[in-house]
Design a protein around this ligand. Sequence first.
Ligand code: 5RP
Length: 292
Amino acid sequence: MPEADKEGERYSADIPQKAPGFFLKGSHQYDWGLKNRLARTFNPQSGRTVMLAIDHGYIAGPTSGLERIDLSIVPLLPSCDALFCTRGILRSVIPAESQKPMVLRASGGANVLREDMSDEEIGMDMDDAVRLNACGVGIQVYIGSEFETRNVHNMTKLVDAGIRTGMPVMGITAVGKNMKRDAQYFRLSCRILAELGATYVKTYYVEEGFETVTSSCPVPIVMAGGKKLPELDALTMAYNAIQQGASGVDMGRNIFQSDAPQAMITAVAAVVHQNLKPKEAYDLFRSLKTNK
Ligand code: 5RP
Protein backbone atom coordinates (compact mmCIF):
# COMPACT_ATOMS: atom_id res chain seq x y z
CA MET A 1 0.00 0.00 0.00
CA PRO A 2 1.43 3.44 -0.85
CA GLU A 3 2.32 5.64 2.11
CA ALA A 4 -0.20 8.39 2.91
CA ASP A 5 0.89 11.83 1.66
CA LYS A 6 1.99 13.68 4.78
CA GLU A 7 3.38 16.77 3.02
CA GLY A 8 0.45 18.97 4.09
CA GLU A 9 1.06 18.12 7.77
CA ARG A 10 4.43 19.87 7.78
CA TYR A 11 2.72 23.22 7.20
CA SER A 12 0.55 22.98 10.36
CA ALA A 13 -1.99 25.24 8.67
CA ASP A 14 -4.35 24.88 11.66
CA ILE A 15 -1.86 26.47 14.11
CA PRO A 16 -1.78 30.27 13.65
CA GLN A 17 1.63 31.95 13.79
CA LYS A 18 1.85 34.09 16.95
CA ALA A 19 2.24 37.89 16.76
CA PRO A 20 2.47 38.95 20.43
CA GLY A 21 0.97 42.39 21.10
CA PHE A 22 -0.16 43.15 17.55
CA PHE A 23 -3.06 41.89 15.50
CA LEU A 24 -1.26 41.11 12.27
CA LYS A 25 0.86 38.08 11.49
CA GLY A 26 4.60 38.72 11.22
CA SER A 27 4.19 42.44 11.93
CA HIS A 28 4.61 42.70 15.71
CA GLN A 29 8.27 43.73 15.72
CA TYR A 30 8.02 46.81 13.50
CA ASP A 31 8.24 50.42 14.62
CA TRP A 32 5.16 52.52 15.48
CA GLY A 33 4.79 54.29 12.12
CA LEU A 34 4.87 51.13 10.08
CA LYS A 35 2.44 49.41 12.47
CA ASN A 36 0.14 52.41 12.34
CA ARG A 37 0.06 52.30 8.54
CA LEU A 38 -0.71 48.58 8.69
CA ALA A 39 -3.45 49.17 11.27
CA ARG A 40 -5.08 51.65 8.89
CA THR A 41 -4.84 49.28 5.91
CA PHE A 42 -5.97 46.14 7.77
CA ASN A 43 -8.97 46.36 10.08
CA PRO A 44 -7.62 45.66 13.59
CA GLN A 45 -10.96 44.09 14.64
CA SER A 46 -11.11 41.45 11.91
CA GLY A 47 -7.38 41.49 11.14
CA ARG A 48 -8.30 41.67 7.45
CA THR A 49 -8.58 44.11 4.56
CA VAL A 50 -10.70 44.71 1.50
CA MET A 51 -8.31 46.58 -0.74
CA LEU A 52 -9.75 47.81 -4.02
CA ALA A 53 -7.18 47.41 -6.82
CA ILE A 54 -7.46 50.02 -9.58
CA ASP A 55 -3.83 50.29 -10.71
CA HIS A 56 -4.43 48.49 -14.03
CA GLY A 57 -3.95 51.63 -16.12
CA TYR A 58 -0.21 51.67 -15.47
CA ILE A 59 0.18 48.73 -17.86
CA ALA A 60 -3.16 48.56 -19.68
CA GLY A 61 -4.37 52.14 -20.12
CA PRO A 62 -8.08 52.82 -19.64
CA THR A 63 -9.15 49.32 -18.61
CA SER A 64 -12.84 48.43 -18.85
CA GLY A 65 -14.51 49.82 -15.73
CA LEU A 66 -11.69 52.30 -15.08
CA GLU A 67 -12.27 54.67 -18.00
CA ARG A 68 -13.61 57.30 -15.58
CA ILE A 69 -12.28 56.60 -12.11
CA ASP A 70 -13.95 59.77 -10.84
CA LEU A 71 -17.34 58.29 -11.76
CA SER A 72 -16.86 54.54 -11.19
CA ILE A 73 -14.42 54.26 -8.29
CA VAL A 74 -14.66 57.40 -6.13
CA PRO A 75 -18.24 56.46 -5.06
CA LEU A 76 -16.93 53.05 -3.90
CA LEU A 77 -14.28 54.53 -1.60
CA PRO A 78 -16.42 54.41 1.57
CA SER A 79 -16.89 50.65 1.07
CA CYS A 80 -13.24 49.56 0.89
CA ASP A 81 -10.60 49.46 3.61
CA ALA A 82 -7.84 50.72 1.30
CA LEU A 83 -7.30 51.68 -2.33
CA PHE A 84 -4.43 50.34 -4.47
CA CYS A 85 -3.74 52.87 -7.20
CA THR A 86 -0.99 54.80 -8.99
CA ARG A 87 0.26 58.18 -7.81
CA GLY A 88 -0.99 59.65 -11.10
CA ILE A 89 -4.58 58.68 -10.36
CA LEU A 90 -4.21 59.65 -6.71
CA ARG A 91 -3.09 63.19 -7.54
CA SER A 92 -5.44 63.72 -10.47
CA VAL A 93 -8.69 62.06 -9.38
CA ILE A 94 -8.87 60.86 -5.75
CA PRO A 95 -10.16 63.63 -3.46
CA ALA A 96 -7.50 64.69 -0.96
CA GLU A 97 -10.29 64.90 1.65
CA SER A 98 -10.52 61.10 1.55
CA GLN A 99 -9.67 59.40 4.83
CA LYS A 100 -9.00 56.05 3.13
CA PRO A 101 -5.51 54.57 3.29
CA MET A 102 -3.81 54.62 -0.09
CA VAL A 103 -1.39 51.94 -1.23
CA LEU A 104 0.57 53.09 -4.25
CA ARG A 105 1.79 51.08 -7.23
CA ALA A 106 5.54 51.68 -7.18
CA SER A 107 6.72 49.93 -10.34
CA GLY A 108 6.44 50.67 -14.04
CA GLY A 109 8.11 50.31 -17.38
CA ALA A 110 6.39 47.43 -19.12
CA ASN A 111 2.93 47.42 -20.67
CA VAL A 112 0.47 45.13 -22.43
CA LEU A 113 2.03 45.76 -25.85
CA ARG A 114 5.15 43.91 -24.75
CA GLU A 115 5.62 40.15 -24.99
CA ASP A 116 7.38 39.97 -21.60
CA MET A 117 5.91 42.25 -18.96
CA SER A 118 8.40 41.37 -16.26
CA ASP A 119 10.90 44.02 -17.47
CA GLU A 120 10.01 46.59 -14.80
CA GLU A 121 11.80 49.29 -12.81
CA ILE A 122 10.91 51.10 -9.62
CA GLY A 123 8.32 53.67 -10.70
CA MET A 124 8.37 56.14 -7.80
CA ASP A 125 10.56 57.40 -4.97
CA MET A 126 9.69 56.48 -1.43
CA ASP A 127 9.92 60.24 -0.68
CA ASP A 128 6.89 60.75 -2.86
CA ALA A 129 4.94 57.96 -1.15
CA VAL A 130 5.63 59.70 2.18
CA ARG A 131 4.69 63.10 0.69
CA LEU A 132 1.40 61.58 -0.49
CA ASN A 133 0.71 60.22 2.99
CA ALA A 134 0.50 56.70 1.56
CA CYS A 135 -0.08 53.70 3.80
CA GLY A 136 1.98 51.37 1.65
CA VAL A 137 3.55 50.75 -1.72
CA GLY A 138 3.16 47.72 -3.96
CA ILE A 139 5.54 46.18 -6.43
CA GLN A 140 5.50 42.95 -8.35
CA VAL A 141 8.14 40.29 -8.66
CA TYR A 142 8.06 37.64 -11.37
CA ILE A 143 9.83 34.74 -9.69
CA GLY A 144 11.29 32.47 -12.39
CA SER A 145 11.23 35.11 -15.14
CA GLU A 146 14.07 36.46 -17.25
CA PHE A 147 14.04 39.72 -15.26
CA GLU A 148 13.64 38.07 -11.86
CA THR A 149 16.89 39.45 -10.41
CA ARG A 150 15.99 43.01 -11.35
CA ASN A 151 12.43 42.53 -10.02
CA VAL A 152 13.86 41.26 -6.73
CA HIS A 153 16.29 44.19 -6.47
CA ASN A 154 13.46 46.62 -7.21
CA MET A 155 11.51 45.17 -4.30
CA THR A 156 14.44 45.04 -1.87
CA LYS A 157 15.33 48.66 -2.63
CA LEU A 158 11.77 49.63 -1.75
CA VAL A 159 11.92 47.47 1.38
CA ASP A 160 15.09 49.31 2.50
CA ALA A 161 13.40 52.66 1.85
CA GLY A 162 10.24 51.38 3.56
CA ILE A 163 12.16 50.43 6.69
CA ARG A 164 13.77 53.93 6.73
CA THR A 165 10.42 55.70 6.41
CA GLY A 166 7.99 53.30 8.10
CA MET A 167 6.26 52.40 4.84
CA PRO A 168 4.86 48.87 4.34
CA VAL A 169 5.80 47.19 1.06
CA MET A 170 3.30 44.86 -0.58
CA GLY A 171 5.18 42.28 -2.66
CA ILE A 172 3.07 40.99 -5.53
CA THR A 173 3.71 37.53 -6.95
CA ALA A 174 3.26 38.19 -10.65
CA VAL A 175 3.04 35.15 -12.89
CA GLY A 176 4.55 34.95 -16.37
CA LYS A 177 2.50 33.53 -19.24
CA ASN A 178 4.35 30.20 -19.21
CA MET A 179 4.40 29.62 -15.47
CA LYS A 180 2.25 27.07 -13.72
CA ARG A 181 -0.17 28.58 -11.21
CA ASP A 182 -0.12 25.96 -8.47
CA ALA A 183 0.50 25.83 -4.73
CA GLN A 184 4.12 24.79 -5.21
CA TYR A 185 4.87 27.89 -7.32
CA PHE A 186 3.02 30.27 -5.00
CA ARG A 187 4.63 28.75 -1.88
CA LEU A 188 7.99 29.41 -3.50
CA SER A 189 7.28 32.95 -4.66
CA CYS A 190 5.39 34.12 -1.54
CA ARG A 191 8.08 32.78 0.75
CA ILE A 192 10.88 34.36 -1.29
CA LEU A 193 9.15 37.76 -1.18
CA ALA A 194 8.60 37.49 2.59
CA GLU A 195 12.17 36.38 3.24
CA LEU A 196 13.42 39.37 1.24
CA GLY A 197 11.42 41.73 3.42
CA ALA A 198 7.97 42.27 1.91
CA THR A 199 5.66 43.48 4.70
CA TYR A 200 2.76 41.59 3.18
CA VAL A 201 2.27 39.62 -0.01
CA LYS A 202 -0.41 39.70 -2.68
CA THR A 203 -0.89 36.39 -4.45
CA TYR A 204 -3.40 34.35 -6.43
CA TYR A 205 -5.76 31.75 -5.02
CA VAL A 206 -5.27 28.12 -6.02
CA GLU A 207 -7.88 25.43 -5.49
CA GLU A 208 -5.45 22.85 -4.13
CA GLY A 209 -3.19 23.57 -1.17
CA PHE A 210 -3.72 27.33 -0.73
CA GLU A 211 -3.49 26.83 3.05
CA THR A 212 0.11 25.66 2.56
CA VAL A 213 0.83 28.93 0.72
CA THR A 214 -0.53 31.06 3.58
CA SER A 215 0.90 28.96 6.42
CA SER A 216 4.44 28.84 4.97
CA CYS A 217 4.47 32.60 4.37
CA PRO A 218 5.44 34.36 7.64
CA VAL A 219 3.72 37.64 6.69
CA PRO A 220 0.08 38.35 5.80
CA ILE A 221 -1.22 37.32 2.39
CA VAL A 222 -3.91 39.21 0.50
CA MET A 223 -5.64 37.43 -2.34
CA ALA A 224 -5.41 38.93 -5.82
CA GLY A 225 -8.64 38.93 -7.78
CA GLY A 226 -7.62 38.10 -11.34
CA LYS A 227 -9.84 38.16 -14.38
CA LYS A 228 -13.59 38.74 -14.06
CA LEU A 229 -15.57 35.72 -12.87
CA PRO A 230 -19.29 35.29 -12.27
CA GLU A 231 -20.03 36.96 -8.91
CA LEU A 232 -20.79 33.72 -7.03
CA ASP A 233 -17.46 32.24 -8.19
CA ALA A 234 -15.54 35.35 -7.14
CA LEU A 235 -17.22 35.39 -3.73
CA THR A 236 -16.50 31.66 -3.31
CA MET A 237 -12.85 32.22 -4.20
CA ALA A 238 -12.58 35.09 -1.67
CA TYR A 239 -14.33 32.99 1.00
CA ASN A 240 -12.03 30.00 0.45
CA ALA A 241 -8.92 32.19 0.49
CA ILE A 242 -9.95 33.82 3.78
CA GLN A 243 -10.89 30.51 5.39
CA GLN A 244 -7.54 29.11 4.25
CA GLY A 245 -5.53 31.83 5.94
CA ALA A 246 -5.55 34.96 3.74
CA SER A 247 -5.64 38.27 5.63
CA GLY A 248 -7.86 39.91 3.06
CA VAL A 249 -8.19 40.60 -0.63
CA ASP A 250 -6.83 43.10 -3.12
CA MET A 251 -9.46 42.75 -5.85
CA GLY A 252 -10.08 44.86 -8.91
CA ARG A 253 -11.91 43.55 -11.97
CA ASN A 254 -14.18 41.25 -9.99
CA ILE A 255 -15.51 44.37 -8.29
CA PHE A 256 -15.39 47.23 -10.79
CA GLN A 257 -16.35 45.08 -13.80
CA SER A 258 -19.40 43.65 -12.01
CA ASP A 259 -22.70 45.09 -13.27
CA ALA A 260 -23.28 46.19 -9.67
CA PRO A 261 -19.87 47.21 -8.24
CA GLN A 262 -21.32 48.72 -5.05
CA ALA A 263 -23.28 45.55 -4.30
CA MET A 264 -20.25 43.41 -5.10
CA ILE A 265 -17.80 45.27 -2.86
CA THR A 266 -20.32 45.13 -0.01
CA ALA A 267 -20.69 41.36 -0.48
CA VAL A 268 -16.90 40.90 -0.64
CA ALA A 269 -16.52 42.90 2.59
CA ALA A 270 -19.09 40.67 4.31
CA VAL A 271 -17.10 37.58 3.25
CA VAL A 272 -13.82 39.10 4.42
CA HIS A 273 -14.84 40.71 7.69
CA GLN A 274 -17.86 38.66 8.77
CA ASN A 275 -17.02 35.23 7.30
CA LEU A 276 -20.29 35.29 5.35
CA LYS A 277 -20.61 32.08 3.33
CA PRO A 278 -20.50 32.38 -0.49
CA LYS A 279 -24.18 31.61 -1.06
CA GLU A 280 -25.29 34.13 1.59
CA ALA A 281 -22.90 36.71 0.21
CA TYR A 282 -24.28 36.12 -3.26
CA ASP A 283 -27.84 36.56 -1.94
CA LEU A 284 -26.69 39.82 -0.35
CA PHE A 285 -25.15 40.90 -3.67
CA ARG A 286 -28.37 40.12 -5.54
CA SER A 287 -30.62 41.93 -3.09
CA LEU A 288 -28.39 45.02 -3.07
CA LYS A 289 -28.21 44.92 -6.85
CA THR A 290 -32.00 44.78 -7.12
CA ASN A 291 -32.50 47.62 -4.66
CA LYS A 292 -29.85 49.94 -6.04
C1 5RP B 1 -1.39 42.38 -10.82
C2 5RP B 1 -1.85 43.56 -10.09
C3 5RP B 1 -2.82 44.37 -10.85
O1 5RP B 1 -2.28 45.49 -11.35
C4 5RP B 1 -4.15 44.58 -10.23
O2 5RP B 1 -4.03 45.09 -8.94
C5 5RP B 1 -4.94 43.34 -10.34
O3 5RP B 1 -6.26 43.40 -9.87
P1 5RP B 1 -7.32 42.32 -10.37
O4 5RP B 1 -6.56 41.15 -10.94
O5 5RP B 1 -8.11 41.92 -9.16
O6 5RP B 1 -8.18 42.98 -11.40
O7 5RP B 1 -1.47 43.81 -8.97
O8 5RP B 1 -0.48 41.66 -10.14
